[in-house]
Design a binder for this molecule. Structure first.
Ligand SMILES: O=P(O)(O)OC[C@@H](O)[C@@H](O)c1c[nH]c2ccccc12
Length: 263
């Protein structure tokens, strides 16, 4: 079912919770590990640049993975992940700021904070190398706008991944000053994945932008498809986390980071 805003009910519930969440206390000042350097280093090693996501569960997951997130993160890095994404949303994704802090202390790669940040104060929760801002959610009454949040995040030292879903949203992200843009293959209205989304929307991005294909990527073929359409890096959660199962997360990651070296 969709709401008036055309969003799946689960997404409305995520946003309602996000509106209620306050900020932290002190203003965060972070010395960020460079995301683009990490992508370049991975590529120089012959690896597909992958951001592997520590996501215990999600509204579309088949189950929950209860392994220690720090161990999962270390396995992802062992599998060649160039960077990590850690959910900090507590109510629908099983995340926490504390988990992110523990993961970031345990690894050397850049760590993205995956959350639904709607207000500047919500940036002052935990140090991360990159924060996510979602174009679609920053248009409504009662949220800060994208430009404001972009500069607020940068003032704190964060790099910013701006998430779009359409060519129009990619243009809005770029106009607002984004230099790293993610295209989410998952439609937040229906929660369905369509891998044609990235190729369609990515065309609107200028060469200078670092482009990340997000969601629904599970096989070497999917990797090839996104890379052919211009993805500099890929963000992968479910296929690595294997929510219903207990498969080896390092191997799941390696299968994707190695996708371009296998014949
Ligand atoms: O699990 P997947 O299909 O590989 O997707 C990962 C990531 O793209 C997805 O978790 C995601 C993309 N944008 C988000 C915004 C908030 C929470 C989660 C997300």
């Amino acid at each position: 079912m969709e709401s008036d805003a055309g969003l799946a009910q689960e997404v409305e519930s995520i946003l309602a919770a996000a509106r209620e969440r306050g900020g932290g206390g002190d203003r965060v000042a972070v010395e960020a590990r460079s995301l683009t350097d990490a992508f370049e280093a991975a590529a120089a090693d012959g690896c597909v640049p992958i951001i592997a996501e520590v996501k215990p569960t999600s509204p579309t997951a088949d189950g929950e993975r209860t392994d220690d997130p720090v161990e999962l993160a270390e396995q992802m890095v062992a599998g060649g992940a160039a960077a990590l994404s850690v959910l900090t949303e507590p109510d629908h994704f099983g995340g926490s700021a504390e988990t992110l802090a523990r993961v970031r202390a345990a690894v050397d790669v850049p760590v993205l904070r995956k959350d639904f940040v709607l207000h500047e104060a919500q940036l002052d929760v935990v140090e991360a190398d990159v924060v996510l801002l979602i174009v679609r959610f920053l248009d409504e009454d009662g949220t800060d706008d994208l430009e404001t949040l972009l500069s607020a995040a940068r003032e704190r030292g964060f790099q910013v991944l701006v998430e779009a879903h359409t060519a129009d949203e990619v243009r809005r992200a770029v106009d607002a000053g984004a230099d790293v843009v993610g295209v989410n293959n998952r439609d937040l209205a229906k929660l369905e994945v369509d891998l044609e989304t990235f190729p369609r929307a990515a065309e609107a991005a200028p060469e200078s932008v670092t482009l990340i294909a997000e969601s629904g990527i599970g096989t070497a073929d999917d990797v090839a498809r996104m890379r052919a359409a211009g993805a500099d890096a890929l963000l992968v959660g479910s296929a690595i986390m294997d929510h219903g199962g207990d498969s080896d997360v390092a191997e799941n990651t390696r299968r994707l980071t190695d996708a371009e070296t296998q014949t």
